[in-house]
Design a protein around this ligand. Structure first.
Ligand SMILES: [Zn+2]
Length: 315
């Protein structure tokens, strides 16, 4: 149990439920907290049901799904297909980040065949900035969400290459697999796309190359993927560092922040080849002092991370 909070922000109710729902279910089972935030209900997604009626249905389906996996759920009141992209919506999402204080944010990849998805990607990136900007006064104090990943969505496929593969336990998969059938669109009742079958099968497709029975995969921001070397030639691999570090920190309880993050992602990081993840901004700040004693690389890697964290800037 690590006690972290994972926030999944989607353009439409159902998007992150499909692409990240099993991971969210598993986090809840681990004693973590998970929240789904839908920027729109996706109420224009049914070719035969009137929009107002489908909006009501989608809200109920979203609440039922969240309830079944043990997650919280929130909605912003934007219109499906008309999600704006301006500083107002970015600040509203930033306010949600400040209020919910997630350790990890999951959202859409940058390219999509759906304009709301692509906008959500950019909205979340800037919302994270607004959330962490200390000199921007809002209702809640500034809060920097340390980790950001992009979900694996067939509608957002252009240029998507997963970096992180989250190992799914059978129990988590089963809970999600049943819960997702509560959405009519996922059952193929709107335009006929077999969402349930597709995303169930995708857990096998993503799991197999990673050596897992099932997985849900995510991409990381470019800055997080850079492998920062201290020198050319043999370097201690960050994956080994993360692995060793997780044990040490868990046992020693050396640093509260480091513990949380190490618990949160150490397994995924170590096995998924997400060496890069260990270099992500907030991690570096949290881990720098602890790792410094075992690994001289840490402080040299920490420069970029410190900037990102302190300024609420981009990674
Ligand atoms: Zn969508």
């Amino acid at each position: 149990m690590s006690g972290i909070h994972v926030l999944a922000i989607g353009a439409h109710a159902g998007d992150l439920d499909l692409t990240a729902g099993a991971v969210l279910a598993q986090h809840v089972m681990n004693g973590d907290r998970a929240t789904l935030l839908h920027l729109t209900l996706g109420e224009r997604g049914h070719p035969r049901t009137p929009v107002a009626e489908y909006a009501k249905q989608k809200r109920e389906e979203a609440e039922t799904f969240a309830d079944r996996i043990g997650a919280g759920v929130g909605f912003l009141d934007y219109e499906d297909g008309l999600l704006p992209e301006d500083d107002d919506v970015k600040m509203r999402v930033g306010d949600q980040i400040r209020e919910l204080r997630p350790d990890v944010i999951l959202t859409h990849w940058s390219a999509s065949i759906h304009k709301d998805h692509a906008r959500t990607h950019r909205i979340v990136q800037d919302a994270r900035f607004f959330g962490g900007l200390k000199t921007l006064e809002r209702e809640h104090p500034a809060y920097w969400a340390g980790e950001l990943y992009y979900a694996d969505n067939w509608e957002d496929a252009e240029g998507f290459a997963p970096d992180v593969f989250v190992d799914l336990r059978d129990e988590a998969y089963e809970v999600w697999s049943q819960a997702i059938t509560g959405y009519a669109f996922a059952r193929g009742e709107t335009y006929g796309f077999p969402y349930v079958d597709y995303y169930r099968a995708l857990t096998i497709v993503r799991g197999a190359p990673a050596g897992f029975r099932r997985a849900q995969a995510f991409a990381a921001p470019k800055g997080s993927r850079d492998l920062r070397l201290t020198h050319f030639g043999p370097n201690e691999r960050a994956s080994e560092r993360a692995d060793a570090g997780a044990d040490e920190r868990a046992n020693a309880g050396a640093d509260a922040g480091a513990d949380e993050r190490a618990d949160a992602g150490a397994d995924e990081r170590a096995d998924a080849g997400a060496d890069e993840r260990a270099n992500a901004g907030a991690d570096e700040r949290a881990n720098g002092a602890t790792d410094g004693s075992v690994n001289g690389d840490a402080d040299r890697r920490s420069g970029k991370g410190a900037d990102a964290g302190a300024g609420g800037g981009a990674t």
